[in-house]
Ligand binder design. Structure first.
Ligand SMILES: C[S@@+](CC[C@H](N)C(=O)[O-])C[C@H]1O[C@@H](n2cnc3c(N)ncnc32)[C@H](O)[C@@H]1O
Length: 357
């Protein structure tokens, strides 16, 4: 069950058991024995009826929800929706890559550049390990939130932490320094659709790597792209809205990535995915209790275009960018080499090095 608590959002669902929607590994449908790999701290969506078309559209709901265009505009909700991930374990893996381990990483000062850093959770975990971290993102809301995450942790006694954030495009950035590692986590690269832009992104990343440094990519497992019937379908999970002392009772939020009607373009390899976050069950609030903030933004519905990559593409795109693939894993674990651990693999984690290393 390794990796069960670190399920990324692009993993598929595709099985129904007793009316319960189950998560699957991205491996072929025939391998549905993987279905029980739900994150321990993440409840299953309760019904296969939780299809996108059964969700209330955000149109006509509260003005905040109506004006919100994307989960990336709502970082507090993003943080809640993905809060079950094991940032600590993932950062441990990145730290092992930086420190050398199997990769022979650089011996210089330890620093990480996290591209598409989002709410800054990996930045925080790495800074707490003593790394000098820079988080880069194009979203002002994400960056504001990430700064608050670091400030609050510093105030809570974690600090001083060596973290800064910059607002730039990950396909065209220049920071005037290099790092021990550059990371692109949780399928952030799926937002980069053309080969030209991927080469631009990889080339920028390469130019920001120390000699001996590593670029770490976390992507969907390639079997998702090649499974027939296509397994790029839906996935769903529940999270608790709030459990803060001043908040209301805990309530479930249902998150769904993908709907049956989503279109996959086999030429561009882009899946247009419907993402819905809803709060199906409204409980009566107790007098004097505040509504959990994340609920104010629900329901949320958006379409996200995600490009899926093959392993061979990553190798070629790396070569075109002055990089080479040093390792390919099926999980953030050195023992899980891509293509060898059917039962364990559920994502593609590529460790790239500069070709001149
Ligand atoms: C899937 S989220 C991942 C966030 C974070 N790395 C994590 O693991 O939770 C993708 C992030 O990439 C950012 N992003 C998308 N396209 C970008 C671009 N062209 N330049 C910089 N950031 C971008 C989004 O704003 C978002 O914060």
């Amino acid at each position: 069950m390794r990796g069960a608590s670190r399920f990324p959002p692009w993993l598929t669902l595709g099985a129904a058991e007793g009316g319960v929607t189950l998560w699957t590994s991205p491996c072929h449908a025939a391998r549905l024995r993987h279905v029980a790999r739900l994150p321990k701290n993440c409840a299953r969506a309760r019904s296969t009826g939780a299809k996108a078309d059964s969700f209330t559209s955000s149109t006509g709901s509260s003005s905040r929800a109506a004006t919100a265009r994307s989960l990336y505009d709502l970082p507090h909700l993003y943080d809640k929706v993905f809060g079950w991930r094991d940032y600590e374990a993932e950062s441990d893996f990145i730290a092992r890559v930086v420190e050398g381990g199997n990769e022979g990483g650089s011996a210089g000062p330890r620093s990480v550049l996290d591209l598409g850093c989002g709410t800054g959770r990996h930045c925080l975990a790495l800074a707490e390990k003593g790394y000098s971290v820079t988080g880069l993102d194009s979203s002002a809301s994400m960056l504001d939130y990430a700064r608050r995450v670091i400030e609050e942790s510093t105030r809570a006694g974690a600090g001083p932490l060596d973290v800064d954030f910059v607002r730039q495009d990950l396909t065209d950035f220049s920071l005037g320094r290099t790092f021990s590692a550059v990371t692109l986590l949780l399928g952030t690269l799926s937002h980069v659709h053309s080969n030209e832009d991927v080469v631009r992104c990889f080339t920028c990343a390469r130019d920001h790597l120390d000699k001996g440094g590593a670029l770490v990519l976390e992507l969907a497992h390639p079997s998702q792209l090649f499974s027939l019937p296509l397994e790029l379908g839906t996935e769903a999970w529940d999270v608790k809205a709030d459990s803060e002392a001043d908040g209301e009772e805990e309530e479930d939020i249902v998150v769904q990535y993908g709907s049956e009607d989503d279109a996959f373009d086999p030429v561009t390899q882009i899946l247009t995915r419907t993402v819905t976050v809803k709060h199906p069950k409204k409980r009566k609030r107790l007098p004097g209790r505040r509504k959990a903030r994340v609920l104010e933004d629900l329901p949320l519905e958006e379409e996200v275009e995600q490009r899926f990559f093959t392993c061979q593409e990553i190798r070629l795109l790396a070569e075109l960018s002055g990089l080479k693939v040093a390792r390919m894993y099926g999980d953030m674990a050195e023992t899980c080499v891509l293509g060898t651990e059917e039962d364990e693999e559920f994502r593609m984690v590529a460790v790239l090095k500069r070709t001149d290393d």
